[in-house]
Design a protein around this ligand. Structure first.
Ligand SMILES: Nc1nc2c(c(=O)[nH]1)N(C=O)[C@@H](CNc1ccc(C(=O)N[C@@H](CCC(=O)O)C(=O)O)cc1)CN2
Ligand SMILES: Nc1ncnc2c1ncn2[C@@H]1O[C@H](COP(=O)(O)OP(=O)(O)OP(=O)(O)O)[C@@H](O)[C@H]1O
Length: 273
């Protein structure tokens, strides 16, 4: 899969960010000369971008809180149906998905998770189930692991009230960490607060996913595995016009979005699927 913008060598340096990040209409236009920022100016510029991200998060959180519950439920169903029918979901053998949190108004993943975990038998043939890994926050320094679960009852609420697996399963066995797995995952279903059609994704500000995705992409590269397909699930109101979402150096772009009206392919890999 070609995903040039996510390789470490092409990660945007701070001095080039102005090319990538048109300031939103409410932000003052930066007046620095490109390529000539000193360390302090670079840090000020980064601070301004993170400030724009915080402002956008707060706007989107408010809009999500105000969303009509019936519309939200309809969009949850539409998005999950689209995922269930997509060839990249159906053919996936290993995936990392988030456990949606209702209080955070995240796109529901419960139908997807039950489908993945039920491991159905069809036409008398037992299908090999998909391997599922879900997030577990280890500390506040952007460290998250993705652990294997085989049953939804394996989850307990963490301090942020998000369901996650204990490191050890009911039989006392350590859960498999996707970073230690022998087989790759081919699909990530990603949460977020805002997205755009160029693949930008605004998370909740912890840096957990960007940090994790970078490490996983490096692991895939080191093992000569195909890069995983990165798909974000988005309510209609979370899709922004281009330029609204600021980009900072560690951001990883997604390959595709799933909105209630369909899949929005972004990368070459997505266009080829
Ligand atoms: N379902 C789900 N699981 C996930 C994530 C996620 O975004 N969604 N994460 C993705 O990173 C990690 C956890 N990170 C999180 C970061 C912030 C908040 C949170 O509650 N944020 C509040 C604001 C808190 C504040 O500003 O002090 C919010 O967004 O309303 C939750 C999880 C791992 N697991
Ligand atoms: N002014 C700043 N300068 C440098 N780093 C910052 C600044 N503000 C926040 N960070 C760091 O950036 C990271 C958050 O990045 P970002 O806002 O892109 O996260 P996100 O994409 O919303 O989160 P996630 O990747 O979990 O979805 C955190 O590790 C945080 O410590």
């Amino acid at each position: 899969m070609t995903q040039p913008w996510t390789t470490p060598s092409t990660t945007a340096p701070a001095t080039k960010l102005l090319f990538l990040s048109r300031p939103p209409s409410f932000a003052p236009r930066a007046t620095v000369t490109l390529g000539k920022m000193n360390h302090n100016e670079e840090q000020d510029h980064l601070d301004a971008l993170f400030k724009q991200k915080r402002a956008l998060r707060s706007r989107v959180r408010k809009a999500l809180k105000a969303m009509d519950p019936a519309l939200r439920s309809q969009e949850d169903n539409d998005i999950q149906s689209i995922v269930l029918k997509s060839p990249w979901f159906q053919s996936s053998t290993g995936l990392c998905a988030y456990i949606s949190c209702n209080a955070l108004r995240e796109v529901d993943t419960s139908k997807l998770l039950s489908e993945i975990l039920q491991n159905p038998a069809k036409d008398g043939h037992t299908q090999v189930g998909k391997r599922l890994y879900v997030p577990r926050v280890e500390d506040k320094k952007s460290h998250m692991r993705m652990l294997n679960i085989s049953c939804i009852d394996d989850l307990v609420a963490n301090s942020m009230d998000i369901l996650e697996p204990a490191p050890v399963d009911g039989d006392g066995n350590e859960r498999e960490d996707v970073m230690q797995a022998n087989e790759p995952v081919d699909l990530f279903l990603l949460p977020g607060l805002a997205f755009d059609r160029s693949g930008r994704r605004l998370g909740r500000g912890g840096g957990y996913y960007d940090t994790f995705l970078k490490k996983y992409q490096e692991l895939a590269k080191a093992n000569a595995w195909k890069q995983p397909f990165l798909v974000a699930l988005s309510y209609s109101l979370q899709i922004m016009d281009e330029g609204i979402i600021s980009v900072t150096p560690n951001d990883i772009l997604v390959d595709a979005l799933v909105s209630p009206t369909g899949v929005i392919p972004i990368s070459q890999a997505a266009l080829e699927r």
